[in-house]
Design a protein around this ligand. Structure first.
Ligand SMILES: [Zn+2]
Ligand SMILES: [Zn+2]
Length: 160
């Protein structure tokens, strides 16, 4: 096989694999960044064992996790199997998978800042809910800063 083609194929497969990892069906837990306090989604192919949950809690307690770092250091037994998304920055919004977990449902937090006190009763949110199938949670603070809730998939495209 042509070596170039082979390398390309390998890389593509690896990229595909990485994308495939960060999907709702593999959402298992979350870890809080010790700098910005946002919850970052923890992914694993299999449901977490008690030992694995304990190990994640230890990372949380030791305040080692910040956005963009790996959950477990290289060489750790779960380094490759239990992961958080790579390349996250503290300024990055919540991952949409946080809200889409299939086996795990988390408390809604503000899509922009991660605040747990979300405002779901405001008129703006109510109105958006009528027109969009997905309205990401938002907190009062972000609303008063003039940020509009993030929405997806318009239900009625033609009608007002
Ligand atoms: Zn952070
Ligand atoms: Zn907020």
């Amino acid at each position: 096989m042509d070596i170039k083609f082979y390398v390309c194929f390998r890389m593509k497969r690896r990229l595909y694999f990485k994308d495939f990892f960060f999907i709702p069906g593999k959402v298992r837990s979350f870890i809080m960044c010790c700098l910005c306090g946002k919850r970052r989604v923890v992914y694993c192919k299999e449901p977490l064992s008690r030992q694995q949950i304990t190990d994640i809690e230890e990372v949380q307690d030791s305040l080692f996790y910040t956005c963009g770092s790996t959950l477990f250091p290289t060489g750790h037994r779960y380094h490759e199997t239990i992961v958080v998304k790579y390349g996250l920055e503290c300024t990055a919004e919540m991952e949409t998978t946080y809200y889409a977990g299939i086996t795990t449902k988390f408390q809604p937090v503000c899509f922009f800042c991660g605040n747990t006190e979300v405002d779901s009763t405001s008129q703006t949110v109510q109105d958006l809910r009528k027109n969009y199938s997905i309205v990401r949670p938002i907190c009062r603070q972000c609303m008063s800063n003039g940020i509009q809730p993030k929405v997806r998939i318009a239900l009625k495209l033609n009608k007002k």
